[in-house]
Design a protein around this ligand. Sequence first.
Ligand SMILES: [Cu+2]
Length: 482
Amino acid sequence: MKLKWGITLIVIALIILVGTYVYDLNRSNDMPTQSEFPTQSGIQVEESTNSSLPIPELLIDSNPDENISDYYLSAQNGISNFFEGKQTATLGYNGNYLGPVIKVSNGEEVRMHVDNELDAPTSVHWHGLVVPGSADGGPHQLIPTQSTWEPSFTIDQPASTLWFHPHVIGSTATQVYYGLAGMIIVEDENSKSLNLPDDYGINDIPLIIQDRSFNQEGDFVYVDNMMDGAFGEYILVNGAITPNLEVDQVKMRFRVLNGANARNFNLRLEDNNEFHQIASDGGLLESPINMESLFVTPGERAEIIIDFSDYSKGDVVRLLNDNELVMTFIVGEEVEDTTEMPDTLAVIEKMDESLATNVKTIVLDGMGHMVSLNGKQFDMNRIDDNVALGDIEIWEISTRGAMMMGSAGHPFHIHGTQFQVLSRNGNQPYSNEQGWKDTVYVRANETVRIIVKFEKEGLFMYHCHILEHEEAGMMGQLEVSE
Ligand SMILES: [Cu+2]
């Protein structure tokens, strides 16, 4: 009897090992394709839906004072229509799904008023904002149900595309999956002086890209696939399945946010035409980078400019994730384009390695629910690191795949700061990550060196932005104090 059980266990272990190996082989391109995941819904994926791209509303500043802004957000239950005739229970900020875009300027004093109208606690983390720990919106700033959180802070960073989402122990992944996320646009004197496309909703468009699964009734299906988090069968952009956007024959700026729980996106135009990346997570790059594809991992942002002036009226240009449809651009009129793409976008002062007071090692290990950070799982009552205010540190972040049981990679995020990437396995970082970053992808068996400065006091999280890994404990916390 014992022998029989022993053999059964060995067989199960072999199946898991071989399965994982085959899975990893398939993932060699970084991106699992849709077909690798079981279909839960049975709803046919159309080539393209007839839905047009929703443009999130700009949140109105309710304070007439030019230098102080008051923004009101409410996390609430909603009902969305992703499929005709089917209703989906969702969550949103000030609406049914996702949230408004908050536009602020460097130097501005911002007062946030966040109502929690959900039946469960939530929090709102301002991902990428350089603010004190008490205003960061991490797990320590829990907003109980039917109550309000009112942090205030001064914007203290360059023009950039940031975002906000819940950060609650145990429900971050599901609250984001059901719809809680929104974008923040920071402007500064430099960005305003450049003649980039910046007419929100006209030639400056957010693209919040996510993946979701549905059942026959149209309800969301949240499946944590035990490998690398929750993947979805459908691609949503700004809350619509593979939508269309009509564009004039001009330069269009897209603020791409990978808002997926776990999936990486490798974006390209179907015709492989080039586009330019002008900004990474934390701000404009020094100069535009010519590219044919853009790889973005959960939590990361990239601003890109696609020039539609070489197309003709009626042309259909598809944005793909490898070979999967993300959205479709339908080219319209030839109109005058008064915007420019300057050769120089920003001056980025390189942080000096010799000023670093500490070299820290971060090891990201495991996959599925068996993940750890420096061999430990997150503990709310344990502070993992102490840093003196203003200190500069070098962090060496590496992944370790124990045998074949490793993940394809981990998008690593630090709260309350923007950092610079020094190297990848000793080589130069990619050209599009030589600006400010707050999330960096660390591939299997890779060591990424970053340099980071802690300029705000308080308690901050650092973690993998695969939300299921974060929930499973791939997170630590550091305290910055005088
Ligand atoms: Cu991870």
